[in-house]
Design a protein around this ligand. Sequence first.
Ligand code: GDP
Ligand code: IMO
Ligand code: MG
Length: 426
Amino acid sequence: MANIVVLGAQWGDEGKAKITDLLAGSADFIIRYQGGCNAGHTVVANNTTYKFHLIPSGILYGNKICFIGTGTVIHPESFKAEIDELKSRGVNLSGLKISPLASVTMPYHIEIDGYSESHAGKGKIGTTKKGIGPTYTDKAARTGLKIQDLFDEETLSEKLDIILPLKNKTLSKVYGLDEYSKECITELCRKYAEIFKPYVCFEWQKLLEEHKDDKILFEGAQGVMLDIDWGTYPFVTSSNPIGGGAAVGSGFGPKTIDEVIGVAKAYVTRVGEGPFVTELKDSTGKEIQETGREFGVTTGRPRRCGWFDAVTMRYAVQVGGITQIALTKLDVFNKFPEIKICTAYKNTKTGEITKYYPTDVFTHKYYEPVYETMPGWMSNITDVKEFDELPENTKKYIERLEAILETPISIVSVGPDREQTIFKNP
Ligand code: GDP
Ligand code: IMO
Ligand code: MG
């Protein structure tokens, strides 16, 4: 196995964790490079369903290093809850390590996220309310706390003297929220240090050096279309899920990466606000939602559903640096007589047809999808193990997508279980 990035190629929830877990079997070092507990990652293995938010899915193998990288944001209590849950299920956490340079989500970040969402009116993003945006805001504003800051009270005190006065003014005067005393924050930080102590890896430089020739798997969260720079801004998250984000958030350079596997569903889903051109608000959308059990892992919200959008996917391949695709949830179409692929957008104002993604989402209301219709396979493919054993129409659908996307589909997923996966030769 080469060094691989696994990332979401759509709006999240593509089944990344299933693919990461699968590939982690032949990796030595798994590193999560961005995002926080806004992610909800499901792995089904050994007849058990595991749900992860921050901890790399590779943890289930017990003998791998699972590193939560510098590009992530960590809410201490959520991290503790996730750890406690995994421990109670007998998962071996001895390989779990955290970068001391990862950012800490403080309680006020969550309060600001909640406030912003409830007061944003039409500007509502539909966030997970996990404090992700405000934590990254503080990081970029250079007023955030990193994990390493929790371990030295003297320097923490200096930092709080810089951070807190302005933060408190913002909390009370802008948001009408309660201020935090320095004593309260110091006490919280003591508690957080205790939570992180067994896992924080101050010797990370040595660790990365020792493992530089190992097989590394970079685990992304969210998806390219939620990327802060390249996604459907402003309806995005606040980090960089794209392939390039793996180098930024991990500490391994870009030349370490050999392949970027973009995970995409055979259709499209999205949670939260923001347009998507192939959204189906009719009974077909409902059918996809019900058959695919499209409800969020982190918030339980129903996911909006639509046909496969090759326009955004071609864009995701380009800006995400995707070299191969893992196509998931094909089994959801088992009973669909027809399947549509959006191959272009039509601008209803000008009549122009384009295969290039229009980057201003406020113009998306002018676009309608141009579809190509393919016959379904009308049979159950959940037990198929080899590509050649798939029904002809399933193979045709996959091959047509490869042709439109000009990218090989190397993994096909036909069910949630680790075993329900087909590796396809390019
Ligand atoms: P992630 O955030 O990208 O890791 O994906 P989620 O875990 O949020 O959502 C994907 C859902 O689809 C989970 O419930 C998975 O167990 C499930 N899943 C993954 N691959 C397949 C598949 O090929 N078929 C079906 N039916 N379900 C799948
Ligand atoms: P995984 O890793 C799907 C969405 C939210 C919202 C926007 C911003 O499971 O694929 P945030 O809380 O990050 O500020 O919310 O991003 N979002 C996700 N959607 N899957 C996710 O993660 C998501 N993480 C954030 O719904 O629209
Ligand atoms: Mg998810």
